[in-house]
Write a protein of this length. Sequence first.
Length: 220
Amino acid sequence: MRLNSVVPNFEANSTQGPINLYDWQGDSWVVLFSHPADFTPVCTTELGRLAVHKPHFEKRNTKLLALSVDQLDDHVDWVNDIKSYCRDIPGDFPYPIVADPDRSLAVQLGMIDEEGKDDPANAMTIRALYVISPDHRLRLSMHYPTSTGRNVDEILRVIDSLQLVDRKPEVVTPANWVPGDKVMIVPTIKDEDLPKLFPKGVDKVSMPSGKVYVRTTTDY
């Protein structure tokens, strides 16, 4: 799964009924993420925090879709545990968990580590996370070992960055950027075009090399 490749469509059972990925996605963005196993402690915290933050994803036109190699019945029982542990999840569990008991999806989507990639019968899924744009393309991937839980704020931050540069391709976001911070201007944009593209102003940073390539703005 390389960046900007098309994520293949698939059909699978989930805790919210059968899912056809493309039909279910519609014109939304999708965060598709795998986790090692049901009834495990770190995964319980991850799925719980994502459930609590679902309104923040909805504001970004983004749907959540979990994937696990366990059976559907286990998913249903585990959801009850997650809701019991994360008591601030309102109402029903807010997103589906796909069942992948034969690990075929996990193998196809590259959610298996090096040791398990040739052993689909026994391999556990890693903490893979894919941000998929409405045209079904893989826009960002994160891969964590089974021992390390993911950061929900970082997932939201990268979605903000991706959606921003889609709207305004003349900019990129620097390290540690969050909405409201300055963005950086793509080096291929000519200085003479800056007033038209960024009428509220651009800051230029002088470098010892004499090259002016760091240009920032809040005009986005």
